[in-house]
Design a protein around this ligand. Sequence first.
Ligand SMILES: [Zn+2]
Ligand SMILES: [Zn+2]
Length: 176
Amino acid sequence: MTQANNDASRKDWDTYFMDIAYMVATRSRCNRRHVGAVLVQGKKLLGTAYNGAPMGVEDCLEAGCMIVEEYALETVDGAEKMVKKERCIRTIHAEQNLLLFTDRNDREGSTVYVTDQPCWTCANMLANSGIREIVFHRPYPKDSEKVETLMRSKGIIFRTIDQYEPPAKTSRAVIS
Ligand SMILES: [Zn+2]
Ligand SMILES: [Zn+2]
C-alpha cells in the first residue's frame, strides 16, 4: 500500500469519535433506542456514556421499557396531523449520563459526539454544561427547530456528519 492509500484509509477525527460513540451505544439495554455519547477535549477522549437506567435499578431488559404515550404534531403528505408516539422513560439519556460522569472543568470548550441528535431536555442541559460543539449522526426531528435556535443563541456549534457509516453491528433500527 502506498503512503497516499494509507492516508486515505485512515479515519478522520469525526469518524473516529463517532465510531466510539456507536461502540459505546452497544452497551445500552433499552431495545427501543441505543444511544452513545463521548466527550472530547482537543483530540482527547474524556468520557463515554450511553442511555440506561440508574445503576442498581432494573433496566429495560429486566423490567421492560417504561412506555409513555404522547401526541406530536407531524407533517404527513403536506398536512399537519397529531400522531401518537410511544417513548421509553426508564433510561437516563446518554448525554445526561455524560454530564453526570464528567467534570465541569473538563467540559469547558469541549466537543460532544452523540449517535443521535439530542432531544430538547438534553440539548438544554448541554447548553449549560460548558461544551462548545455537538456533533451528531442520526436526526431526531422532534423539537429540532427549538434545539437549533437554542444552539445558535448559545453560540454552540451544532452539526451532523455527512456520508458516515456506523461500524458494523453497532447501529440498530430506532423506534421513534
Ligand atoms: Zn427502554
Ligand atoms: Zn435526550
